[in-house]
Design a protein around this ligand. Structure first.
Ligand code: HEC
Length: 135
């Protein structure tokens, strides 16, 4: 390989790397959270008429049940306060330091650090809604 071809190849590689998200930092979009966390780990309890505190986390209801909504347990705190993960009750519950009740999910192990970080990034980024892919 000539020197210039090598340089070009390296430049191409460098720019490809530049555009990749950093390892472990999956894009924090709402549908990813729905599909990888809420649907598999929360909906078994948080859906339908008897959802605890009427917090429904199924795909049709989760966004509007969370963003800007008062927590039932600690009404002074919003479930998701857009832009402010530390002030969001959802974060208090999944990190296990809420002043009421138990750590979520109530059954089974705590969410992974990556899952919690994903939800934190989504809230910090403004808790935007995005349509499910293909709709
Ligand atoms: C085994 C059933 C069960 C599962 C699974 C579960 N929850 Fe809960 N959740 C409850 C119950 C019961 C309460 C009320 C009592 C308490 O907070 O301890 C609650 C309360 C909450 C609250 C407080 C709502 C408010 O308005 O104050 C949040 C937030 C929450 N859950 C989020 C989640 C999330 C997120 C998941 C999935 C990661 C999850 N829960 C999984 C049963 C469950």
């Amino acid at each position: 390989m000539s020197a210039s071809v090598k340089t070009l190849a390296l430049a191409g590689l460098a720019s490809a790397l530049f555009f990749l998200p950093p390892a472990g930092a999956a894009e924090a979009d709402f549908q990813r959270i729905q599909n990888t966390i809420f649907t598999p780990l929360c909906v078994s309890c948080h859906s339908g008429l008897f959802a605890p505190h009427r917090l429904r986390l199924d795909e049709r209801n989760s966004y509007r049940s969370l963003v800007g909504m008062q927590s039932a347990e600690v009404p002074a705190v919003q479930r998701v306060k857009s832009g402010d993960p530390d002030a969001s009750y959802l974060i208090h519950k999944i990190e296990g330091h809420a002043s009421e009740g138990v750590r979520m999910p109530a059954s089974g192990p705590a969410l992974s650090r990556q899952d919690i970080a994903l939800i934190r990034r989504w809230i910090a980024g403004g808790a935007q809604f995005n349509e499910p892919a293909g709709k």
